[in-house]
Design a protein around this ligand. Structure first.
Ligand code: 9MG
Length: 283
């Protein structure tokens, strides 16, 4: 285990510096035809960009562009197809004052996206693909290292934990140690407990209740709960589109416990909630 870092207050994203002392909103932009929560409605480039600009107007400072669905049972996508979906959108967004993160696990995709203007690598597989560690070190950009076990197709059978909070922290630390050993700079690391990835509903709620424990790791934390199934389970099984209020509430619990960034579909609602929280902080 490496020495614990102090969490960065500033995340350097090329020309843009993100102030992580205030909660930031990462708006979700799925550019997949089989996206679970937008029904693929932002599949066309122009529609995707329009939706991203609306999220920016609503308060997002980061747009997370994803060309691969990590939903269990989603069809696998080739690297070429992922690049074809993501790069034109990145090029268009790069003309705006916004940080662009890329939801991918593929080194070729992140290279192409960074060349097109992207700033952050959001990797749900935590740099486990071949060449991912070397690529992360070479690109020298901020990286979100998320906790998951297995693959999205197998993860639902991998939810045996002695203590979900301690096990997630230990397993995340192992991924961070590998990244640091490969030459990734600690200032570039953000962590994410991976809500919904290899965790059942009760384990997800335990992680949310104990979210503050992640602060022990010394890295800025992304909280990504938006419209997840376990939020729906607490709401009598409502579908994804009706989970906005529950998602905002859950994100606020994580912000109160130390999250620096939240990954959200419903940006305006999230932004309003953060404004109220900030007003309370200043009282
Ligand atoms: C892309 N994606 C879907 N769910 C996610 C989560 O929980 N965290 C991160 N970092 N990315 C996610």
């Amino acid at each position: 285990m490496k020495l614990m870092a102090l969490p960065n207050k500033i995340l350097n994203c090329g020309q843009i510096q993100l102030d992580l002392s205030q909660p930031q909103i990462m708006g979700i932009l799925n550019v997949t035809p089989d996206s679970f929560s937008d029904g693929g409605q932002h599949n066309g480039k122009d529609q995707a960009v329009k939706h991203a600009l609306q999220m920016i107007a609503d308060g997002a400072t980061v747009i997370d562009v994803g060309g691969e669905s990590t939903r269990p049972g989603a069809t696998a996508v080739s690297v070429e197809e992922e690049i074809r979906r993501v790069v034109p959108v990145v090029k268009a967004l790069a003309e705006h004052d916004v940080v662009i993160s890329i939801d991918t696990s593929q080194p070729e995709v992140i290279w192409a996206a960074v060349k097109a203007g992207a700033h952050i690598w959001n990797d749900v597989r935590a740099l486990t693909k071949p060449k991912a560690l070397e690529t992360a070190a070479e690109l020298d950009i901020p990286i979100i290292i998320m906790h998951m076990r297995g693959e999205p197709t197998t993860m639902n059978n991998l939810d045996q934990y002695d203590d979900v909070v301690e096990d997630v922290i230990t397993e995340l630390q192992a991924r961070i140690d590998d990244a640091l050993d490969a030459g990734v700079r600690s200032e570039n690391i953000m962590i994410d407990p991976g809500f919904g990835f290899a965790k059942n509903a009760q384990q997800n709620f335990k992680l949310l209740q104990q979210f503050h424990q992640l602060n022990r790791m010394g890295y800025p934390i992304l909280s990504a709960l938006s419209r997840k199934r376990f939020i729906g389970e607490a709401l009598d099984g409502v579908d994804a589109k009706n989970r906005a209020v529950g998602s905002v509430a859950a994100h606020m619990f994580s912000i109160q416990q130390g999250a620096s960034m939240v990954r959200a579909h419903d940006v305006k609602a999230m932004s309003d909630a953060i404004k109220v929280w900030k007003a309370m902080q200043l009282a």
